[in-house]
Write a protein that binds this ligand. Structure first.
Ligand code: UDP
Length: 327
């Protein structure tokens, strides 16, 4: 009996694979390596291929006796999704549709889905509850919301149970330092701040300092990637006990401004990080903070690495040891 992890060579996927294996779970990874890294899978079994390859999924399900799936495989760049929406609908929505069809054919009826806080768009209030309105402001968020809807109806019609996990800002790295974040191009704040600390970039650009926040910069809820990993395990476990299509926010319930993130990074690294003030980035809400209480209550989720300093320390350990990522 194995757990199939699609996109298990990517950032959050690989940390989840490592976490599951630390619990002695049998895991099999499917990743096309278009974004992920073979090295990130460590020594877990890896199939290089597409989630749209039904024959491949049939053979993985048979050979590994797959009983549940954690589905990460997707494109996830907001800016790119605005420029190339069709690419995003094709890969994320059509890809998941094809995966769901293959899973149903193989009678696999438990799926944990990697969703995002981007489904909310501009929030009505913070902290954001799962029941708040979902009006994505970019195609990326819309593809994820469409998939949540697909999974809801797949439960009603076929009894395929699902948990959609809406992540806030995933950050940090494996505390053991074996795997970490390596995106190309990198767009996320913490790896870019640390690249500036390492001298790999000249400076960090702060995208706007005229937001209605305490210091004028955007506030986000940063959540350690290993805390995300444990939530995926608990979500799959929930589907052993209950049927339905569930949705949970995953965040720390606490917001930090861009300036605060840079300040903590300077403390952690003991390096003064050059900063430049830039324009606002299109589509960035001023404040995004999760209410994660539903996940705590219903999944029994307990965050182990909730301090921002710990998140940045673990990221720093990875980036210092791997300044060029997995290369
Ligand atoms: N940000 C920034 N400079 C950068 C990258 C990001 O000021 O070079 C800001 C961005 O505007 C946002 C926060 O940092 O308010 C987190 O951005 P990130 O891209 O990491 O995640 P997102 O919130 O878009 O999911």
């Amino acid at each position: 009996m194995s757990i199939l992890v699609t996109g298990g060579a990517g950032y959050i996927g690989s940390h989840t694979v490592k976490y599951l294996r630390s619990l002695n779970k049998d895991v099999v990874v499917l990743d096309d390596l278009s974004k992920g890294h073979r090295e990130a899978v460590l020594d877990a079994p890896l199939y290089v291929g597409s989630i749209q390859d039904g024959d491949l999924i049939d053979s993985i399900c048979n050979k590994h006796h797959v009983t549940g799936v954690i589905h990460f495989a997707a494109y996830s760049l907001v800016g790119e999704s605005v420029k190339e929406p069709i690419k995003y609908y094709e890969n994320n929505v059509c890809g998941t549709l094809s995966l769901v069809k293959s899973l149903l054919r193989n009678d696999v009826k438990k799926i944990v889905f990697s969703s995002t806080a981007a489904v909310y768009g501009e929030p009505e209030r913070v902290p954001i509850l799962e029941s708040d309105k979902t009006v994505p402001t970019n195609p990326y968020g819309d593809t994820k919301l469409s998939i949540e809807a697909m999974l809801k109806w797949a439960y009603e019609a076929y009894g395929m149970s699902s948990v959609s996990l809406r992540y806030f800002n995933a950050a940090g790295a494996d505390p053991e330092g074996l795997i970490g974040e390596d995106h190309s191009p990198e767009t996320h704040l913490i790896p870019l701040v640390l690249a500036a600390a390492l001298g790999k970039r000249e400076s960090i650009t702060i995208f706007g300092e005229d937001y209605p926040t305490k210091d004028g910069t955007c506030i986000r809820d940063y959540i350690h990637v290993m805390d995300l990993a444990s939530a995926h395990y608990l979500a799959l476990k929930k589907l052993d006990e209950s049927e339905g299509a569930f949705v949970y926010n995953l965040g720390n319930g606490e917001g930090f401004s861009v300036r605060e993130v840079i300040d903590v990074a300077e403390e952690v690294t003991s390096i003064t990080i050059p900063k430049v003030i830039g324009e606002r980035r299109k589509g960035d809400p001023a404040v995004l903070v999760a209410s994660q209480e539903k996940a705590e209550r219903e999944l029994g989720w307990e965050r182990q690495y909730s301090s921002l300093a710990q998140i940045i320390e673990d990221a720093w350990k990875w980036h210092k040891a791997h300044p060029d990522g997995y290369k």
